[in-house]
Design a protein around this ligand. Structure first.
Ligand code: FES
Length: 309
């Protein structure tokens, strides 16, 4: 009877007798020789594969028992690249003769995928990425494919928040000399603390001003308005930046009014709150950041003055 199953994501059919060890089907029929024969008795682990994600001795597994199931061998652990475990193996010079290493790697991968707690090295990798000023972090493929993907994301979130709360170790931009855009970014972040701003609003064509402000890690959200979709997508990856689309405005007065209207609509501010606005003149021209304003939401005097002009 033909036995249908998948190996490393590909459907296969074997006509081998039902009691044939899976190991021989993998090696002889499918030519996947990374899985090794050692003791043939379930003791050495050289033949280890994953069946439905769990570690299994392929020397003891009749091929008929994998009907309809998915099998992963060392060749499918990280197709086309070295798995994180393999890189660690090499870095630590683990392989000796190398014969049984594929089985050991498969065992380690299955155990790690089933472990809900990060190792000390994994936790410090995440924290160090925060201290190094990374804008965004993602799970490695090995972790994301484990048995606890949601718990892994939640744990990474907790580590990130903890690392960010000890901000004395966070890197800050310290160029020898700030240019105008960098100076505006530094000043608005400083002022956001002094004036207890609710948000920092930035109008940006290239996304550069949003990035410069983000580098200072202000404690206020950075609302970045841009008319350009590509820029907004890039902005969404910068730390603390919330991109928003906006139609073209024609002068600074209109820009302030639009900022206030949008922030009120999104309930990010209320009357009396102070916001910082950073833009460039001429408006909507890249590389012109040279304008900064501290604005009190609902400041009628200012609005009346503007209306009379
Ligand atoms: S070959 Fe040794 S456990 Fe399978």
């Amino acid at each position: 009877m033909a036995i249908n199953f998948s190996v490393n994501g590909r459907p296969v059919t074997s006509a081998a007798p039902e009691g044939t060890p899976l190991l021989w089907v993998l090696r002889e029929e499918l030519k996947l020789t990374g899985t090794k024969y050692g003791c043939g008795a379930g003791q050495c682990g050289a033949c280890m594969v994953h069946i439905e994600g769990g570690r299994t001795f392929s020397c003891l597994t009749p091929v008929s028992s994998v009907q309809g199931k998915s099998v992963t061998t060392i060749e499918g652990l990280s197709p086309g690249r070295l798995n994180t475990l393999q890189r660690a193996w090499l870095a630590e010079s683990v392989p000796q003769c190398g014969y049984c290493q594929s089985g050991q790697l498969m065992s380690a991968a299955a155990l790690l995928a089933a472990n809900p707690r990060p190792t000390r090295a994994e936790a410090s990798d995440v924290a160090n990425a925060v201290f190094d000023g990374s804008d965004a972090l993602m799970l490695s493929a090995e972790t994301a494919a484990g048995a606890y993907p949601i718990e892994a994301v939640e744990m990474m979130d907790r580590i990130i928040r903890e690392a960010e709360s000890s901000d004395s170790r966070m890197l800050r931009p310290q160029p020898a000399q700030f240019n105008i855009a960098e100076t505006a970014a530094e000043l608005i972040c400083h002022a956001s603390e002094e004036l207890q701003m609710k948000v920092i609003a930035v109008f940006t064509e290239t996304g550069s001003t949003g990035r410069l402000i983000s580098k200072h890690r202000p404690r206020r959200p950075i609302i970045a308005f841009s008319t350009i979709q590509e820029t907004r997508r890039r902005l969404s990856l910068y730390w603390g930046v919330v991109p928003r689309t906006i139609a073209q405005v024609h002068n600074i007065e209109e820009l302030v009014l639009v900022t206030e209207k949008r922030l009120l609509e999104e309930k990010l501010v209320k009357r009396g709150d102070v916001v910082g606005i950073v833009a460039g003149t001429p408006l909507f021209v890249g590389g012109t950041t040279n304008f900064m304003k501290f604005h009190i939401i609902g400041n009628k005097d200012e609005q009346t003055r503007r209306a009379k002009r």
